[in-house]
Design a protein around this ligand. Structure first.
Ligand SMILES: [Zn+2]
Length: 330
């Protein structure tokens, strides 16, 4: 088996790894780089405007034979670890006939991103997989492992072929709400691994002590006890663990969590995958119909109406501001 790291060994994000056996070739992740050719933060809007040829020339797109649609298909599948752009952001450039394997949660969040125009990848050829259930693709036997990460429903993969075993961790951590998965991986690691491909973006950043989500929930609850202030909680609407922490801190302090329609839409999409994901119609949840392009998009797609029952007005917010926690208006 030949293992090629196209990107991700010297930088954070933009991950793309290829495995080639005698008869099959697969990729793991196909991420948008986070930095440009000068190692400065990449503005992804600049990339979207450029042709595939220009992106190949500049090295944003890895040169992988048979991956793109202007040549015969030679890649049998792409495995996706999780729904962060630095792991899937280049999928819109690949041959749409190539099947892309991912978890159901990953698919749901990429669908959301597509609906709101955050990605051009239209999920044309997606296959969903379940954690711990091995499947075969060509010469490869692949077992997804559920891992803890801020990207929802993230997977690691054990990949076996031609007598070799490779474990790809994807992005993972030990301080989120699914911490037990990390503990279990340490207690019962996959055996006889020939190559371990390990995410390492936090290694060496400080002394290795990070707040867990329950620490954060407690700290937020302490802050929210101040009954004179209105608080704003800024985090990605797709960082579900963090939204849960804010919501639980609101419950502890009898505050109401005011989210925007986009966040309500994301949470609603995940309802069938996790009964613990807070929903717009739960106690202590309200939606402020912030006027922005996302709300417009939902209104046009007729998905805004569903959330009407949880609507809170600007006047309500003014009158009960010390009882609320809001996501910032953008
Ligand atoms: Zn990630």
């Amino acid at each position: 088996m030949i293992l090629t790291i196209h990107r991700g060994a010297k930088e954070i994000g933009g991950s793309c790894i290829e495995l080639q056996s005698d008869k099959s070739r697969i990729l793991i992740d196909c991420g948008l780089p986070l930095v440009d050719e000068n190692r400065e933060q990449l503005d992804s809007r600049k990339i979207i405007k450029q042709s595939k040829e220009a992106l190949l020339k500049k090295g944003f797109l890895p040169r992988i034979k048979g991956l793109y649609d202007n040549e015969p298909q030679q890649i049998d599948a792409v495995l996706l670890s999780h729904p962060h752009q630095d792991h899937y952001g280049l999928l819109s450039y690949i041959n749409p006939k190539i099947p892309v394997y991912m978890s159901r949660g990953c698919k749901a969040l990429i669908e959301v991103s597509y609906f709101f125009g955050q990605t051009n990848y239209d999920l044309g050829n997606i296959k969903t997989v379940k954690a711990w259930e091995p499947f075969k693709k060509g010469d490869f036997t692949i077992t997804p492992y559920l891992v803890d990460h801020s990207g929802f429903d993230a997977l690691a993969y054990l990949i076996e072929a031609e007598g070799k075993r490779i474990f790809y961790s994807g992005d993972f951590r030990g301080h989120g709400r699914k911490k037990v998965l990390f503990d279990n991986l340490l207690k019962h690691p996959p055996q006889k691994i020939d190559y371990l491909i390990l995410e390492g973006s936090m290694i060496g950043r400080d002394k290795g002590k990070y707040n867990t989500e329950s620490d954060i929930e407690k700290e937020l609850a302490n802050l929210f006890k101040d009954d004179e202030k209105l608080f704003f909680a800024a985090c990605s609407s797709q960082n579900i663990d963090r939204l849960v922490s804010v919501y639980r801190a609101c419950l502890r302090t009898k505050r109401t969590f005011v989210i925007d329609p986009y966040t309500a839409f994301v949470l609603d999409k995940l309802k069938i995958l996790s009964s613990k994901t807070p929903q717009f119609n739960w106690n202590n949840m309200k939606i402020f119909f912030v006027p922005n392009t996302y709300t417009d998009k939902m209104a046009k797609g007729k998905s805004l109406y569903k959330f009407k029952s949880a609507k809170i007005t600007y006047e309500d917010i003014q009158s009960m501001r010390n009882k609320l926690v809001e996501t910032p208006v953008v």
